[in-house]
Ligand binder design. Structure first.
Ligand code: ZN
Length: 349
């Protein structure tokens, strides 16, 4: 499967390092838990992807999983974080990424050429991404600082509110049309990202915020980890109208492996087969075309389907896609080619 190294739209390995006992050095050896480490990445052809830097809310554990197993649910969003809280976590996130690079687990990439060069290697290609921009100041000084530190992608919100806009709560069944669009500061943030050629990620944004990004941004629209709403009517998924707008911008969508966003019944239950993932795949290809779809696994941040288990399970997914009729050309595009094209276009290469 080395012909098809996977470059992926989203993982939360950095958060796992910040919250748990795992160190950057540990990631070079086979771990017993989580979804990503270097040996499993090599075994699964997981060549890297967007590594999210995310500030968790205090006391946000709760019994989310139990609630999301009900036939319908609407989880209250945690309170907004302060800029100081966001900054503290974000700086630690950047340090964790640096530590992963120093340990030889990842290679930080700032261009698509660097990703292409890193993909066949043992270290994972890492694009630095901020999920929820609480740490950015309204004059964007820190946006420039973080860009200089390698930041190449940013989501204005995780689901909780920020000064920039509003995300979707975890609600099923529900459209993503929940709440108002971007704030004036949020609109300025999109322009500032455009000026620096930083990707604006629309995953987690509500529908009015999505429309604002679509109106303002001069870059291809990217949803790093989202699925098809018409297969799974979850607030976190993208409606056909949104998919058409992404297609028209020549952007792309990374399929999220989170069971609750894949299963048509919205349950956070990982007992599902590849057939369910393939329904999203088929729908996304139908709406977006073959050039605008990739993966956005959410490894280390989501409950992924049992047959995949972790990043070493990717060859099983590719085998299921092959049996489904995905030919070599499309396999190349989905596993990494489309991401490389969209990143190259967005980064002005
Ligand atoms: Zn996310």
């Amino acid at each position: 499967m080395t012909d098809f190294p996977v470059f992926d739209g989203h993982n939360d390995l950095v958060l796992r390092l910040l919250l748990g006992d795992t160190t950057a050095k540990d990631v070079s050896a086979r771990l017993e838990d989580g979804h990503i480490d270097k040996p499993r990445a090599i075994a699964g052809g997981f060549g890297g992807g967007f590594f999210a830097i995310y500030a968790p809310s205090p006391n946000d554990g709760g019994n989310k999983a139990a609630e999301m197993c009900k036939p319908s649910y609407d989880l209250p969003l945690p309170a907004p974080l302060t800029e100081e809280e966001g900054l503290d976590w974000t700086l630690r996130g950047f340090e964790a990424l640096d530590a992963l690079e120093a340990a030889g687990a990842v290679r930080l990439c700032r261009t698509s050429a660097e990703i292409a060069a890193a993909l066949p290697g043992e270290a994972m290609a890492a694009v630095s991404h901020i999920e929820g921009a609480e740490a950015i100041d309204r004059d964007f000084g820190r946006l420039h600082d973080f860009h200089a530190r390698g930041l190449r992608s940013l989501g204005p919100v995780w689901s909780r509110d920020t000064v920039w806009g509003h995300g979707v709560p975890f609600r099923f069944p529900s459209t993503p049309d929940i709440g108002p669009g971007l704030t004036e500061d949020g609109k300025a943030l999109i322009r500032a990202c455009n000026a620096l050629k930083i990707i604006v990620d629309v995953s987690h944004l509500n529908e009015k915020g999505f429309d604002d990004v679509a109106r303002i941004s001069d870059a291809p629209l990217v949803a790093t980890h989202s699925n098809a709403w018409s297969v799974t009517p979850h607030s976190r998924n993208l409606t056909d109208r949104q998919l058409d707008i992404i297609r028209d911008s020549d952007g792309m969508v990374g399929i999220n492996f989170a069971s609750a966003f894949l299963r048509p019944d919205g349950r956070m239950d990982n007992d599902l087969g590849f057939d369910v993932m393939l329904r999203h795949f088929d729908h996304l290809v139908e709406r977006l075309g073959e050039n605008r779809i990739g993966f956005g696994s959410d490894f280390d941040g989501a409950l992924v389907p049992k047959p995949i288990q972790d990043c070493a399970g990717l060859p099983k997914l590719l085998a299921a896609m092959g049996a489904h009729g995905v030919d070599e050309a499309l396999m190349t595009k989905v596993t990494h080619g489309n991401w490389l094209r969209v990143l190259s276009n967005t980064w002005g290469e």
